[in-house]
Design a protein around this ligand. Sequence first.
Ligand SMILES: Cc1cc2nc3c(=O)[nH]c(=O)nc-3n(C[C@H](O)[C@H](O)[C@H](O)COP(=O)(O)O)c2cc1C
Length: 197
Amino acid sequence: MQARDDKSAAAVLDALRNRRTSRDYEDRDVPRAVIEDMLEAARWAPNHRNTEPWRIFVLERGGAKRDETANLIAEWTYENVKNPAPGRRENSAESIRQEVLSAPCFIYVYSRPGPTEEVTRENYAATCCAIQNMQLAAYAHGVAVGWSTGRPIKPARLAETLGADASWTAAGALYAGYPKSFPSVKRRPVDEIARWL
Ligand SMILES: Cc1cc2nc3c(=O)[nH]c(=O)nc-3n(C[C@H](O)[C@H](O)[C@H](O)COP(=O)(O)O)c2cc1C
């Protein structure tokens, strides 16, 4: 591998440092070419034993699968939110239904299991690397991603609805769009997380 020139190195480091999560988007479509770059980036994630364990479903805005999935997530939310007041539960369910329907881009990423627990764990790690590659590719185009392992991946009938194998694990639902705002984030300084021995 050749050393990068200063400009390429700066671009990579900028993406690593400045990519941020957002789920607050402009009402503007993410062009198909941007989504294709995200999928291409996913393919090049590191993966042990060349398992390429990631499987990805892009749910087009306005499409039947997006609608079906939003309904499943809303149902799950209604059944599972802690608040006992039915009105509050309806509001939570409707709010996530609208969030899923309106996201400019909405993607599921699954990880296939391996023949042993060790390989399954490696595959899951590789799939998470693929998701980060997708987030960085999105960043390159000014698009922000919101990675969720919450309500969107909980419904029991999700895999069947998407056509995912029942043995696969959902590593995340990715909302994406041109960001309007970002939550503030902090990180610990390097000397709190790393030791040179
Ligand atoms: C495995 C994983 C699961 C996540 N799941 C959620 C989630 O369910 N809901 C959410 O709001 N954010 C979720 N996030 C996003 C994190 O909250 C976010 O990365 C964190 O706040 C740091 O912000 P940054 O991505 O801008 O650095 C998840 C991130 C990762 C890596």
